[in-house]
Design a protein around this ligand. Structure first.
Ligand SMILES: NC(=O)C1=CN([C@@H]2O[C@H](COP(=O)(O)OP(=O)(O)OC[C@H]3O[C@@H](n4cnc5c(N)ncnc54)[C@H](OP(=O)(O)O)[C@@H]3O)[C@@H](O)[C@H]2O)C=CC1
Ligand SMILES: O=C(O)C(=O)[C@@H](O)[C@H](O)[C@H](O)CO
Length: 324
């Protein structure tokens, strides 16, 4: 009997084709992994899972006694209960190294879109409202030479800083738990405590992973510290922000606007209050979603999966303790 691999929400499933002579590959799309009978049945035999945002928790692991590896098709891995996986000897992998520039492009893009009101003014043109010269009602705000505050100056944060510093002459502030000396040297980034960054930045860009420490990192108190003219940008995970507090801050005009690629619950519902604000630019978690980058991610995820299933050390192993 062939060993079983499950693919879950895995767009480039053809990258698995070369494994089919050795493995039984089952593809699952648009299912509820908690209740789908075929998925739950397949989990019993599964040795490997590859895919996007599958909640791998204790409950799922209990249903998958033969599991050896979960190859996450994203760099963020907050959907994996890593400690529980490690306890059970299950490897977890992710896809860093191939998506950072693309994600930085997208997040800097929504920053620009919010500042220059691009989606709003696109609608203005298409709705036939452009009948005379623009007035201050249509004016936007500058990006160049402003202060960009990055919370989470890691791989992606640094590339956002690069765009801001080299492309837009921005002053870069950043906050991490540890200093990023490379970003300081390359992009003149200045380390700041969180409160000072929030008070000084014209654009506050959140780029940390979602962890117990960063859940609701930005809430009521943090929005109150921001400038009234500030634009808040979230490219990390929705749960790093208290959305109710963001809505209140927008209602009270405590900040100028927001650009959001991620939401507490995705896909975000069409009647979500955040979607009612013209000064909030939204995108459907597009960070890495270009044809080129998603293909590279899929290939890397399959390489990690195959390594884990053939006794090799996967390139992007998150919990190397499993192999010790
Ligand atoms: N919108 C999208 O489509 C995408 C979103 N992402 C999200 O972006 C996240 C970051 O990715 P990437 O840049 O590759 O990750 P990195 O690990 O390279 O960088 C993360 C940064 O966050 C900092 N950080 C971590 N915890 C805290 C904390 N408690 N307080 C302050 N800073 C903190 C880290 O510094 P230190 O450890 O010193 O604190 C580090 O500088 C991913 O985990 C994912 O959730 C990624 C890709 C696409
Ligand atoms: O890598 C991450 O952490 C991401 O959030 C993104 O790459 C998405 O997973 C991807 O865009 C979904 O296809």
């Amino acid at each position: 009997m062939k060993r079983k691999i499950l693919a879950y929400n895995f767009e480039f499933s053809e990258t698995l084709d070369h494994l089919r002579d050795r493995f039984d590959v089952e593809i699952f799309e648009k299912i509820n992994p908690k209740t789908n009978p075929a998925f739950l049945q397949a989990l019993k035999q599964a040795e490997g899972i590859v895919g996007l945002a599958l909640p791998v928790d204790k409950e799922l692991l209990d249903c998958a006694p033969n599991l050896k590896i979960v190859s996450n098709n994203s760099t963020g891995y907050n959907n994996l209960a890593i400690a529980e996986m490690t306890k059970r000897g299950v490897m977890g992998t992710n896809t860093p190294g191939v998506l950072e520039d693309t994600t930085a492009d997208a997040i800097f893009g929504i920053l620009l879109a919010a500042a220059r009101r691009i989606p709003e003014l696109d609608h203005f043109v298409k709705a036939g409202h452009w009948k005379q010269h623009l007035t201050r009602n249509e004016y936007a705000i500058d990006v160049h030479h402003k202060t960009l505050g990055i919370i989470g100056m890691g791989k992606i944060g640094s590339l956002i800083a690069k765009r801001g510093h080299l492309g837009f002459d921005m002053k870069i502030l950043y906050h991490n738990r540890t200093r990023n000396l490379e970003a300081e040297k390359k992009y003149n980034a200045v380390y700041a405590e969180l409160d000072s960054l929030l008070m000084e930045a014209d654009f506050v860009c959140l780029m940390t992973p979602l962890t117990p420490e960063t859940e609701n990192l930005i809430g009521e108190g943090e929005f109150k510290l921001m400038k009234k003219s500030a634009i808040f940008v979230n490219g990390s995970r929705g749960k790093t922000v208290d959305e109710k507090a963001l809505i209140e801050a927008l209602k009270r005009k405590e900040i100028h606007g927001a650009a959001l690629d991620v939401f507490q619950s995705e896909p975000v519902k069409a009647d979500h209050p955040l979607l009612q604000y013209p000064n909030v630019v939204t995108t459907p978690h597009i960070g890495s979603s270009t044809h080129e980058t998603e293909y590279k991610m899929a290939k890397l995820a399959v390489e990690n999966l195959l390594a884990g299933l053939t006794g090799k050390r996967p390139k992007n192993l998150i919990n190397p303790e499993v192999l010790e």
